[in-house]
Design a protein around this ligand. Structure first.
Ligand code: CO8
Length: 260
């Protein structure tokens, strides 16, 4: 499938999706979001693909936010009636069960930061900048920023970022717990693809279950989360890959995953 605003490549078991509107710093308009939904749905449905990396084209931006030039003409009724930036596209992205990584190579602002925060984790280049500058436009986050940023960095820093609209650099984002790791700019894609290949080499069902468990920590109370984890662990113990993984360890050989 070809896309107007994305470059999608499969490298072995890893899908690489590149937001490709560098002239607009990869700003997210409705068409980009629609294509992103399609690319993620294709990844989710393809059992040969086991991890996905999302990054931005050009040297400057992951995504500088929702497309302000598209939003400027819209009225409140348009946003509401179109259910702007909701619906199936973002539902597909945030609902993807298989693992995916955001490799943030520059500005991740507003909707760009919100998109990165939908990932399972963020790897950042040392040139990355994060922020929720919507207040500078007279609005506020609309794609989850107030909720996901607050869960990631805590109330005080999230509040400061939203109220001032300032950007934080990669090392501040790492200290705050928003990003998993910061790597030198030129090594970001390589590092992200290697990390994705490592994830892709694991038992696929266990990868989905690990993701589901960690996410449950944000969506449930502790006791529910612990029960959820225990049940998923027990289900995994019924998989062929549990038998294969443990036998491979005992027999001192590589596991040959069946994916079930
Ligand atoms: N939308 C559209 N175009 C953009 C955007 C954007 N978000 N960001 C940059 N561009 C365009 C610029 O207009 C410019 O285009 P042109 O050359 O045609 O004028 C080109 O990209 C390059 O940008 P700059 O010249 O501004 O580059 P600088 O290096 O000088 O500055 C910045 C880089 C600091 C990133 C600057 O471009 C900037 O501040 N951009 C806007 C960032 C922003 O405010 N983002 C938040 C947008 S609002 C949002 O995301 C809300 C999400 C929730 C929506 C859900 C609704 C329900």
């Amino acid at each position: 499938m070809s896309y107007a605003n994305l470059i999608v490549e499969q490298r072995d078991a890893v899908t690489l999706v590149t937001l490709n509107r560098p002239q607009a710093l990869n700003a997210l308009n409705s068409e980009v979001l629609r294509e992103l939904g399609e690319a993620f749905a294709t990844y989710e449905a393809d059992s040969s693909q086991r991890c996905l990396v999302l990054t931005g084209s050009g040297d400057k931006a992951f995504a500088a936010g929702a497309d302000i030039k598209e939003m400027v003409e819209k009225e409140a009724a348009d946003f509401y009636l179109e259910d702007f930036f909701s619906g199936w596209q973002t539902d597909v992205v945030k609902g993807t069960r298989k693992p995916w990584i955001a490799a943030v190579n520059g500005f991740a602002l507003g909707g760009g930061c919100e998109l990165a925060m939908m990932a399972d984790f963020i790897l950042a280049s040392d040139k990355a900048r994060f922020g929720q500058p919507e207040i500078n436009l007279g609005v506020a986050p609309g794609m989850g920023g107030s909720q996901r940023l607050t869960r990631a960095v805590g109330k005080s820093k999230a509040m400061e970022l939203c109220l001032t609209g300032r950007m934080m650099d990669a090392s501040e984002a790492e200290r705050a717990g928003l990003v998993a790791r910061v790597v030198p700019h030129d090594e970001l894609l390589d590092d992200a693809m290697k990390t994705a290949a490592t994830i892709a080499s694991k038992a696929p069902m266990a990868a989905i279950a690990n993701k589901e468990m960690v996410n449950a920590a944000f969506e449930t109370m502790l006791e529910q989360g612990l029960t959820h984890e225990r049940r998923l662990f027990q289900i995994l113990c019924a998989s062929e890959d549990k038998g294969e993984g443990m036998s491979a360890f005992v027999e001192k050989r590589e596991a040959n995953w069946k994916g079930r």
